[in-house]
Unconditional design. Structure first.
Ligand SMILES: Cc1ncc(COP(=O)(O)O)c(C=O)c1O
Length: 373
């Protein structure tokens, strides 16, 4: 039967993701537009953003926060280029972005003493093999495979190596063990439904110590440089961004952070995302032809919810046809899975998605499945 109700908002893309409920360009403060980002007014807005970010994400007081050009990708590259080299590096990879970081470490930085811990799509590598004396590079939530690291118990609390984490599709939607992290990269275009192109880099005191005591052997482009004359550039972490940010994007991010705070902060955002996953889990449990890509239920991501068709696990035609039909019906936009992965549908379940919309979408997938098979 063709369902009667549709999701109020058909946007289920995994990035840029849907904006917060009730978002309007009219609600953005535009007083900073056309002003120098170094003016005291704009600096105050940048501080407001980083302050809200610290508060909402519960980032420890002794960690430093910077806005970095080039979104999460450049924030992560900044970390790789700035910190790696003095110790062996463990690279944990279980989806496309982990593979990209591994490639750059092996083939761009050309580091020799590396250990790759990898897993096939839908699985996590054996995390007990991570060595506490090595630096570690990994992604917390694999956006392209729907697999998430469920906890940080495997990370030694007093490890000697640094922990560099791509947390883009985890923060704002999952509890995150900041105290075990040293350099964390993310951007605004996932959990917050914010604009693209600006990255965040959050550093622990241990990471800053590395910047003060280690200079990589390779040249570091200015856009990735966190030091001045071999010492940590505090300015970058005090609102003096490396280059010119978009004040419009900053205002949009402040709007999203304020929304998160107004709901009650991180616990509410996490609960919204968890509820989206729960809604899908209930539907999958009663639908015989679909399953999660994540093999172990504890590793199911609540943001990038990846589902594959049991009857055609290697065939892109089925998810393609369903995604196209639902887009045509105005029910769901951009739900075809990431092409680097195995064939699947991917539903974004982050906190800006209304669980009522997720609920409304699922009978449409059942309907579309019948229509195209
Ligand atoms: C796990 C992961 N890392 C990094 C990125 C890149 O993010 P950005 O486009 O903000 O650089 C993405 C984007 O989807 C991602 O899913």
């Amino acid at each position: 039967m063709r369902p009667t109700g549709k999701p109020k908002d058909p946007r289920f893309s995994s990035g840029p993701t849907k904006k917060r409920p009730g978002w309007s360009s009219q609600s953005l403060n535009i007083a900073s537009l056309g002003r120098s980002h170094r003016s005291s007014y704009c600096l105050e807005r940048i501080h407001h953003l980083t302050g809200l970010m610290r508060h909402l994400l519960e980032i420890p007081e002794n960690y430093q926060i910077a806005i970095i050009p080039g979104s999460c990708s450049a924030a992560m590259e900044t970390a790789l280029w700035s910190f790696l080299g003095p110790r062996p590096v463990d690279i944990v990879t279980f989806d496309v972005f982990g593979d990209l970081w591994a490639y750059d470490i092996l083939h761009e930085l050309k580091l020799q003493n590396t250990h790759i811990l990898e897993a096939p799509v839908g699985h996590l590598p054996d995390l007990s093999k991570v060595h506490p004396a090595h630096d570690l590079v990994f992604t917390w939530n694999g956006t392209a495979a729907g697999v998430v690291i469920p906890h940080a118990d495997w990370l030694h609390p007093h490890r000697e190596g640094l922990v560099l984490c791509d947390a883009i599709s985890a923060v704002f939607a999952m509890s995150f063990p900041w105290e075990k992290m040293d350099a964390v990269a993310f951007s605004w275009q996932k959990g917050l439904g914010g604009e693209a192109a600006h990255g965040m880099l959050v550093l622990s005191p241990k990471a800053i110590e590395r910047l003060n005591t280690y200079t990589p052997p390779w040249p570091i482009p200015r856009i990735f440089r966190l030091t001045k004359e071999g010492k940590f550039s505090q300015n970058i972490f005090q609102g003096y961004t490396i280059n010119t940010p978009s004040m419009l994007c900053i205002e949009d991010c402040i709007d999203a952070l304020s929304w998160g705070m107004s709901l009650g902060g991180l616990p509410t955002l996490i609960a919204r995302s968890r509820y989206n996953l729960q809604v899908v889990e209930e539907w999958v449990a009663e639908t015989p032809w679909i399953e999660f890509l994540a093999h172990d239920p504890r590793t199911r991501s609540s943001t990038s919810i990846c589902l594959r068709f049991i009857e055609a696990p290697d065939d892109w035609e089925l998810p393609k046809a369903i995604a196209a039909l639902l887009e045509k019906e105005g029910v769901a936009f951009d739900i075809l899975g990431h092409t680097s992965s195995v064939p699947h549908l991917r539903l974004w379940g982050g906190p800006t998605i209304e669980p009522s919309d997720m609920k409304a979408l699922l009978p449409w997938i059942t309907w579309a499945h019948k229509e195209v098979t």
